[in-house]
Design a protein around this ligand. Sequence first.
Ligand code: OAD
Length: 238
Amino acid sequence: MAASGIPQGLAVLTGAGISADSGVPTFRGEHGLWRNFHPQELATLAAFCRDPALVWEWYEWRRGLIGDCQPNAAHRTLVKMEGAIPQFTLITQNVDGLHRLAGSQRVVELHGNIWQVRCMQEGTVTERRDHPLPEIPPRCECGALLRPDVVWFGESLPPDTLQAAFDAAQSCQVMLVVGTSGVVEPAASLPRIAKGCGARVVEVNVEATPISRYADETILGLASIELPRLWTRWQALP
Ligand code: OAD
């Protein structure tokens, strides 16, 4: 494979930055705050047990913001890459569902999906796209509280999901890292694992991150501009 041609095995790791150009606030950006709470204060089981209505009000705010957002050119470029690259895995930390909405098929949602709820008693997962929810906090038919089906701080990632991400990182030729600050584990380790297994690491971000230190290439710019450009460049080379 040429350093810049189309890789035959591509793993992509995305973070909040890829959805920023769709209008979804990032976690650590200036618009990530709600009523002066940091996400780390609300996205925990302890916060939910203490005040489920407060946590759900925050999720309703986020669901409202995301519900109006559409995939952008970066999401759409990854759909094109998936169609052209035999070994392709998209690993996302985002819970917004925009990759699937854009048409991506092979998506590993590491941190869950904000449009799904999980019964605290039975563990059953169902889709809830209605917004605003008629009842805050929402309840399951069994009477137990429903929680967003997302991974909170201090919680483990589902083992199958994590294994799929590690497998992709260990077997890819190129790992493309888009719009993540690279500070939340275990996602942050995936590019390093890929690099350790011989993959080339290409990063797209508006600023340098801890991943930039070992990435083979860091492209500074907006994901919605730079990803289509990168795809054009890869296609142009043998
Ligand atoms: P962050 O908010 O930490 O980082 C977003 C990254 O996107 C930053 O590095 C920005 O520089 C970059 N960025 C912003 N706008 C961009 C654009 N238009 N194009 C390209 N890059 C851009 O979000 P994540 O790294 O996704 O976890 O955060 C990781 C995890 O931390 C989240 O999944 C969430 C959070 O706590 C859980 O909820 C478990």
